[in-house]
Ligand binder design. Sequence first.
Ligand SMILES: Nc1ncnc2c1ncn2[C@@H]1O[C@H](COP(=O)(O)OP(=O)(O)OP(=O)(O)O)[C@@H](O)[C@H]1O
Length: 377
Amino acid sequence: MNGDGTALPAAAPRDGTPAPGGSTAGRSTAAEPARRPAAPPADGEERATEAALRPKGLDGFIGQERVREQLDLVLRAARRRGATADHVLLSGAPGLGKTTLAMIIAAEMEAPLRITSGPAIQHTGDLAAVLASLTGGEILFLDEIHRMSRPAEEMLYLAMEDFRVDVVVGTGPDATAMSLELPPFTLVGATVRAGLLLPPLRDRFGFTGHMEFYDPAELERVVRRSARLLGVEIEPAGAAEIAGRSRGTPRIANRLLRRVRDYAQVTADGVVTREIASAALGVYEVDGRGLDRLDRAVLRALLKLFGGGPVGLATLAVAVGEERETVAEVAEPFLVREGLLARTPRGRTATPAAWAHFGLVPPPGPPPDGLPGAAPE
Ligand SMILES: Nc1ncnc2c1ncn2[C@@H]1O[C@H](COP(=O)(O)OP(=O)(O)OP(=O)(O)O)[C@@H](O)[C@H]1O
């Protein structure tokens, strides 16, 4: 029972991955919380391969030098003191390795790992159930922590700081407030941007690691490592070709590698050369810069239908037949990062690089508002 009278569901490890440390026996096969939709088959394959490809220790974790070095110090110091590590906040775009790092933290601390996510914690009871069942030293990974409900977030403050939760048992006149002592634990929170967290929560993390996009050389190492683990023969130029189209993201690099492997096995002798990688990614509509079909549709509409903009998000989304959120959250972040699209006060605008990417010439006249060289508003 809990403060808001809801049932107390248990946290479940994600994707059925056995928790490192080996001491979560009995938990690691529990089902995902019911609120999450079932993963489609392609996702299932991706999840299974992801689990197999995750580096198991900090040594095997490629790139993110600064976060790795700082985290290494935090963990080694905690181990030396024989204490649990400080709470850790990891921020960065999807697929950069936050879950992997949480698993590594558990492995390095030889502690069990519990995985849950903000969207699964909508009632204080959801969180109380998770916290009350933690064992001493356990690592609690809370993915998408910014999506927890506000009351749950407030409950978390107390748990992080004083290792205590206040719960209400019963309802109506029989309700009794109880304070539950918690064993010391380490919270590892993950979010796309630390700025999405309110300061009281952000300040309770002893260490914040910001994950950057990977450079092509690091992604090439990721691809070569994954190819080795998957038993795929790959030439260095083939790995470089995949890395260059992976949008700075290991998850995408691994996904493209699997598609290129399929192509190499079906159309050739299975060896991934530069030519095979390039031809395969052409089939899957991933261009030399990593733009996919949606990215290109957005840019093409912007250039060809709206003369490069500015145009509002809603109009642009209708033009490509997608939801506004899909355009804004899936396509635009990469296009902005690549310097192909600008979000200006008057709407979305194509940059000169976008015109050049399609071999088109921008219309004469000054650049639109918001781009370098534009007249001040
Ligand atoms: N530094 C790395 N070295 C090697 N592989 C990596 C690295 N970072 C991530 N990966 C691989 O990329 C995939 C995605 O990583 P992970 O699930 O940890 O990302 P994430 O940041 O938690 O994403 P999300 O926020 O979407 O859950 C995994 O298969 C993992 O093995």
